[in-house]
Design a protein around this ligand. Sequence first.
Ligand SMILES: Nc1nc2c(ncn2[C@@H]2O[C@H](COP(=O)(O)OP(=O)(O)O)[C@@H](O)[C@H]2O)c(=O)[nH]1
Ligand SMILES: Nc1ncnc2c1ncn2[C@@H]1O[C@H](COP(=O)(O)OP(=O)(O)O)[C@@H](O)[C@H]1O
Length: 227
Amino acid sequence: MVVPPLLRAVIMGPPGSGKGTVSTRIIKHFGMKHLSSGDLLRDNMQKRTEVGILAKSYIDQGQLIPDDIMTQLMLNELKGLDQYNWLLDGFPRTVAQAEALDKECQIDTVINLDVPFETIKCRLTARWIHPASGRVYNLEFSPPKVQGIDDITGEPLVQRDDDNPETVTKRLQAYDSQTKPVLEYYREKRLLKSFSGTETNKIWPHIYAFLQTKLPDINQKDATTTR
Ligand SMILES: Nc1nc2c(ncn2[C@@H]2O[C@H](COP(=O)(O)OP(=O)(O)O)[C@@H](O)[C@H]2O)c(=O)[nH]1
Ligand SMILES: Nc1ncnc2c1ncn2[C@@H]1O[C@H](COP(=O)(O)OP(=O)(O)O)[C@@H](O)[C@H]1O
């Protein structure tokens, strides 16, 4: 039996572009393992690990965590996912991180969510999350069934400290200066696949069709609709 090679994918896009939302759909349909740098950092912050305490001071300022710390954290997590197709979300965010990742494995494709900054800003102040699972809600776009409560566990939802207007502005600046060059890095390697738009539900069918050329859908129900 010929075993197909494992897929190594990255999802990129500015803060609030829908990386988490799209990742949830990708996982549901294509069964990939999802590794989100933001979720991993928030988990470390909640547990008050050494990395978590250090990360908080950068995240609260809307700044990126230093490359060496971030790279070590993520590459270490990836070791446990060797046997799976995986999707990286939020990493790499600098060219130095992309180069470090390249030394460990060969990336097959980079999905870029090209969403204008103006669309993003109001989304983030209406974002609520369930910290334990990383599930994301939005008061207008995808409200929970009961206000302030996670649909699955019944636990309370919270707003991220860094989703306030001032920090969002700083995060968008960091994206412009430090993360945009990563798009160029992957474009030169012919790995970048950009999807432009202002609504996740309109972008999603295109991402779905693209991934179908690479992996089978394990859950064909609602394939190109919103969930
Ligand atoms: N209004 C609106 N909100 C969206 C859309 N797509 C995602 N969101 C919400 O925007 C916020 C940011 O999305 P998220 O997936 O967390 O983006 P990320 O920061 O790139 O991971 C969340 O509250 C989502 O529920 C959309 O098409 N329209
Ligand atoms: N790869 C990374 N390198 C440096 N800092 C990171 C990285 N990933 C996440 N962070 C830090 O964590 C914060 C939250 O990340 P994330 O949840 O991915 O944000 P968003 O979903 O808004 O894009 C970032 O603003 C940054 O401070």
